[in-house]
Design a protein around this ligand. Structure first.
Ligand code: ZN
Length: 451
């Protein structure tokens, strides 16, 4: 049996899989609104059962079920674990969607619908890869496990406890996390880890009640106060001003940079997707990608105070609130960074600004280029698409790598996948290109053969 037989089966199964993806994307599984979680867990369980997996749902303490499925072909074979989540982001602003986000459609060369890229399409492509092996060779060439949770988009509050309680069933020789993206030219992207995220609200209350703004001459204004505080946190060039913030952050290795120098990322494409005039790092793809990967960030995600409705309201507000996300690179730890933030605001005299950390948090984590799972994914990309993949030491986003690398001791990476940089994750008109879906499923099937 040649790998080309398996890949031909993948190609032949694409249309049927896209129909399955439509059914999956019709489920409005918005975890922030606790919508449709039990039905979606049941859908995933049935999908895996139908693909020959022994699949079941595990209840969590206060959260939606986690679906686990396994296919043991031979105890002597290595085992690949695939992590996915079945939940999606909210659809606001709904007016900017060209179609109903939960009535997915194929439009030209694209599939549109909430969750198709992040990450329902990846699960469907992985199941397609398994079925292709089955048809071509009777069985996949390795043992396979799936674990699919329903709360990734709200920070996986119950997943760590699930992992700790089920180490035995999750044991594996390598893991894939969600899925990877493609670059604009269709080249597969692998990410060997993720950044972490520390998310806090800063709240400044300067009065018990709002006042008529004529009193602003004698009363404090919380919005101005909060702006002063924010200016102390981050310099205009993006550098975080908190002392010691960068201590311990993992530095680039020569081998990582060698991969990044070959980046096929196109700066103009990113600018066009987002409608952004210029990027930090300039127009040189290597500098942009290096800045994106190795820079910790401090981002204002939202900022509110006072009246922002129609017309005027002359008010001096009592309270101002900002939501901040700090992205951390591997070897920074969330709790230690939070302590640095607290100490800094105290030292700078901002005792009147309350720090409210969110319980949703993910540690940064990344593995080395030499792991078996990395080699299989790199070689699988060559078999599946005929070209070298783009390899990043970690992704700019946060994900569950830490649970696998550190809690379970299973080296994990992001990829193969079905989306690309213009897939509009978390935004209106989420979409994937049909060509990336096909290439992602081929990559997955080939990686199974190389594992
Ligand atoms: Zn997401």
């Amino acid at each position: 049996m040649a790998i080309s037989d398996v890949l031909n089966r993948v190609d032949a199964g694409v249309d049927e899989s896209l129909e399955a993806l439509k059914a999956y994307c019709r489920l409005p599984t918005i975890s922030a609104e606790k919508r449709a979680q039990p039905e979606t867990a049941a859908f995933v369980r049935d999908l895996l059962t139908e693909a020959g997996f022994e699949a079941r749902e595990y209840t969590t303490d206060g959260g939606p079920p986690v679906v686990f499925g396994q296919r043991v072909i031979d105890e002597k074979f290595p085992t690949l674990l695939m992590y996915q989540h079945y939940d999606v982001q909210p659809v606001d602003p709904i007016d900017e969607w060209r179609h109903d986000p939960f009535d997915p459609i194929i439009e030209g060369e694209r599939f549109l619908g909430r969750g198709c890229g992040d990450t329902k399409g990846n699960l469907i492509a992985q199941v397609l890869a398994v079925k292709a092996w089955q048809q071509a060779a009777g069985n996949p060439p390795i043992n396979l496990k799936f674990v699919v949770e329903g709360e990734e988009e709200v920070g996986s509050p119950h997943f760590p406890a699930f992992v700790r309680d089920h180490r035995d069933i999750l044991a594996a020789d390598g893991a894939t996390i969600e899925g990877g993206e493609h670059l604009a030219d269709g080249r597969a992207k692998l990410e060997l880890g993720c950044k972490g995220i520390l998310y806090v609200d800063l709240v400044c209350r300067t009065a018990k009640v709002d006042q008529h703004s004529s009193y602003a001459a004698i009363t404090p204004n919380p919005a101005w106060r909060l702006i002063e505080c924010l200016e102390r946190l981050r310099a205009p060039n993006g550098r975080i001003r908190i002392p010691g913030w960068y201590d311990g952050a993992r530095a680039p290795t020569r081998e990582e940079l060698r991969f990044l120098r070959k980046t096929a990322l196109r700066v103009e494409d990113l600018q066009e997707y987002w409608g952004v005039k210029s990027l930090r790092g300039g127009s040189d793809p290597y500098r942009v990608v290096r800045t994106l990967i190795y820079s910790p960030t401090c981002t204002i995600c939202g900022l509110v105070s006072g009246y922002i409705g129609e017309g005027t309201k002359t008010v001096n507000p009592a309270v101002a609130r900002v939501k901040l996300d700090f992205r951390l690179v591997p070897d920074m730890r969330i709790d230690a960074q939070l302590e640095k933030l607290r100490a800094y605001l105290r030292d700078e005299g901002f005792e009147d600004v309350e720090i409210v950390p969110h319980k949703e948090k993910l540690q940064p984590s990344a593995i080395s280029l030499n792991e078996r799972v990395v080699r299989a994914a790199v070689e699988g990309a060559r078999d599946g698409s005929g070209g070298d993949p783009e390899v990043w030491p970690w992704s700019a986003g946060a994900s569950a790598n830490g649970f696998f690398n550190e809690e379970l001791g299973v080296p994990s990476l992001m990829g193969p996948g079905v989306s690309y940089d213009g897939s509009n994750y978390h935004a209106p008109n989420e979409n994937i290109r049909l060509s990336d879906f096909r290439l992602g499923a081929r990559h997955m099937a080939a990686m199974m053969g190389r594992f």
